[in-house]
Design a protein around this ligand. Structure first.
Ligand SMILES: *[C@@H]1O[C@H](CO)[C@@H](O)[C@H](O)[C@H]1NC(C)=O
Length: 243
């Protein structure tokens, strides 16, 4: 599991207390789904968080510490079966083992973070449906100052048939992005649609936006999707209940 506060290196603690560095952020993961999820982490900058992945039973809370300057993405895996050495597979968000080493497989809902490195920097965070959707995610920035709005979802996504991923029993387990499902420039913001001016929302991104108003529903959705907060911790809720 992740580092406890007491395990932070003396040098890092000195830097933090002398004010040259921003503060570490506590990431609290809460599972409000009626089923177990297996959160996975992928670090772009800084050490691996939570061994790359762990299980989270309904109602369970796990807290991890992200050092100043850490950046990365987090998603939930569902329908996993792991043996005692952590080998196995998941229905969604698959990455190869309990402790992910690389990135996972879309479609999945992503939570993305950049933790401030210096005291004057902001934390950045967002929830993205650009690579599809598997589990509703909400990020609350807690205890910080400045904007600090919640990011993510308020309801389960009602996935249209043409985007559905179903398991062997026919249950919908994930929702593809329109880009993945149709591989068309208009949905992928590619070719003639590769700028914020030429790529706009579609019926699919509108649908995503309804369930997840404060999340990226297509690549140029920045204004209502990317948030900043200074000196905060984060609460990451899977299957958040409506507001
Ligand atoms: C998280 O944000 C939502 C939306 O603003 C709010 O309703 C909820 O109370 C927040 N939860 C916490 C623990 O801050």
């Amino acid at each position: 599991m992740g580092k406890e506060i007491s395990e932070l290196s003396p040098l890092l603690l000195l830097l933090i207390s002398s004010g040259t560095m921003g503060s570490a952020a506590i990431l609290s993961f809460v599972n409000e789904c009626s089923y177990t999820v297996w959160p996975a982490t992928f670090s772009g900058n800084g050490p691996t968080l939570g061994d790359g992945g762990f299980s989270l039973a309904p109602g369970q809370l796990v807290q991890l510490i992200a050092d100043p300057g850490w950046s990365g993405r987090v998603w939930a895996r569902t329908g996993c079966n792991f043996d005692s050495s952590g080998n196995g597979k998941c229905l969604t968000g698959e990455c190869g083992s309990l402790n992910c080493i690389g990135d996972g497989q879309p479609p999945f809902t992503l939570a993305q973070f950049i933790i401030a490195l210096g005291t004057t920097d902001n934390n950045f965070y967002d929830v993205s449906l650009v690579e599809g959707y598997n589990v509703g995610i909400r990020i609350n920035a807690t205890g910080g100052t400045s904007d600090c709005q919640y990011a993510g979802c308020i309801a389960n996504l009602n996935c249209p048939p043409e985007l559905q991923v179903v398991d062997v029993s026919g249950s919908v387990v994930a929702c593809k992005s329109a880009c993945e499902a149709f591989n068309a420039a208009q949905f992928c913001c590619a070719d003639d649609y590769s700028t914020p001016q030429t790529c706009s929302r579609t019926q699919y991104s509108e649908m995503f936006k309804k369930a997840c108003p404060n999340a990226y529903s297509y690549p140029y959705d920045d204004v209502s999707s990317r948030f900043t907060c200074s000196g905060s911790n984060f609460l990451i809720t899977f299957c958040p209940k409506g507001l």
